[in-house]
Design a protein around this ligand. Structure first.
Ligand code: NAD
Length: 411
């Protein structure tokens, strides 16, 4: 089943739970616009290469399209369609007035120089220019894209329009109109919800062991924030493999070691930590497994072997529908992506508001507003889980679909 069909299956499951209007389901079953581009890039050796890129605008009934773009070799139309639909749902779960979109380019940025990545980004903007804009579609960072890339994006779009239009993209650097707290927001939002979830179960941070898959933007920040709160992060991984340690790791040390040595597998105290494969990391004994890498990490093959008690999905779609069913039967509770990682888009929304008003908030103010939105969404999802006697994932979809149905009925 394609990733987009997985998404539709999740939507349909929740739709039948709440008796969603058929027309609403029909509208959500296909993106409103799909753009495919061939991006020419002059390489450093003088040759010209074409890169395949996408932007999918799923639905804008709640507000302008919003969603990141990624640079990755696995990007394809089905993946981008799925990610765009999740953005529509995610914005509706947390109740912010934005729609869903996503973009991507088929490329391994590690094989490109900085100049080549800049030219790729600028040429991607030129091709997308007719369908994006601060009131139309506002991209943001995702896998392998960052504040520097967002700054090039904003600069190129402003040049095309002949005026400052930095509001076309969020996740920019602070010097260029970015929001305080944006780079940590995805992880921070998830941590606020995990805190609530565990507090309600009377489980204390210092009694909680955590394993983090994917030591990138979301995962590394989550490891740092969780450690600051007293949780014990005992395992981490990246695309090259992972480490598991008898005692909690220091995420800041792992970060600087990763910068020096390119992967977490070379990090941690050798007397305390051992190297594990990416497959083994997912099967470690721990209280909470944080999935912060890519889609489809837990499948019907490895889900039966998961030993974590709880899963926090910071990545989008890290669990296939079959694995979801297996984990449900094993009583492993999942805090789903569309709720857990919505902090990123929420602070992106704050960035849009700050750019429009030219009035910038402190990190404390941003985090206070973020917490309020995340905790409110968590309470709504929990209420729906009790009302419909369903999983948190189904309840999060039910919450979002209820809002989308209301908006669509105004059309
Ligand atoms: P990133 O590129 O910064 O980090 C991804 C990390 O995962 C890297 O360290 C990479 O080495 C690692 N990885 C890849 N394959 C792996 C594997 N099989 N096992 C272990 N590690 C692996 O990307 P990111 O921005 O942190 O995004 C991660 C996930 O979070 C994605 O699903 C993304 O869509 C989602 N997300 C990100 C944001 C955001 O604001 N950055 C917002 C919402 C959702």
């Amino acid at each position: 089943m394609s990733l987009f069909n997985n998404t539709l299956a999740q939507i349909e499951k929740a739709a039948s739970l709440i008796g969603l209007n058929e027309d609403v389901l029909h509208i959500l079953s296909e993106p409103q616009r799909k753009v495919e581009v061939s991006i020419p890039v002059r390489m450093d050796d003088g040759s010209l290469r074409l890169f395949e890129g996408f932007r999918v605008q799923h639905n804008n009934v709640c507000g302008p399209y919003k969603g990141g773009f990624r640079y990755h070799t696995q990007v394809d139309m089905e993946e981008v369609k799925a990610l765009s639909a999740w953005m529509t749902i995610k914005c509706a779960v947390v109740g912010i007035p934005l729609g869903g979109a996503k973009g991507g380019v088929v490329v391994n940025p590690k094989e490109l120089s900085e100049g080549e990545i800049e030219r790729l980004t600028r040429n991607y903007v030129r091709l997308l220019e007719p369908v994006i804009g601060p009131d139309m579609d506002i991209p943001a960072p995702d896998v392998n894209t960052n504040a520097k890339i967002m700054d090039w994006f904003a600069d190129e779009y402003s040049k095309l329009k002949g005026k400052d239009m930095k509001g076309v993209v969020t996740g920019k650097s602070l010097e260029n109109g970015g929001s305080k707290g944006r780079s940590a927001a995805t992880a921070q939002g998830g941590v606020y919800i995990l805190d609530e979830f565990l507090r309600e179960k009377d489980i204390k941070p210092e009694e909680t062991t955590i394993v983090v898959q994917g030591f990138g933007n979301a995962g590394e920040t989550a490891a740092r924030l969780l450690t600051e709160e007293g949780y014990k992060v005992v395992g981490v991984s990246d695309s090259q493999g992972g480490i598991v340690c008898a005692h909690a790791v220091n995420p800041e040390e792992i970060s600087s070691c990763k910068t020096d040595k390119s992967s977490v597998v070379h990090c941690g105290d050798p007397a305390d930590c051992r190297r594990v494969t990416n497959e083994d990391l997912l099967e470690l004994e721990c209280d909470v497994l944080v999935l912060a890498a890519m889609e489809n990490q837990l499948t019907k093959e490895n889900a039966p072997l998961v030993k974590a008690k709880y899963i926090l999905e910071l990545a989008n779609g890290p669990i296939t529908p079959e694995a979801d069913e297996t984990l449900k039967q094993k009583n492993i509770c999942i805090i789903p992506d569309i709720l857990a990682n919505a902090g990123g888009v929420t602070v992106s929304y704050f960035e849009m508001l700050q750019n429009a008003d030219n009035n910038y908030l402190s990190e404390e103010e941003i985090n206070e507003k973020l917490k309020e939105i995340m905790v409110t969404a968590w309470q709504e999802v929990k209420t729906n889980a009790e009302k419909y006697e369903c999983t948190l994932r189904e309840a999060a979809y039910a919450t979002a679909l209820g809002r989308l149905e209301e908006k669509l009925s105004e059309l």
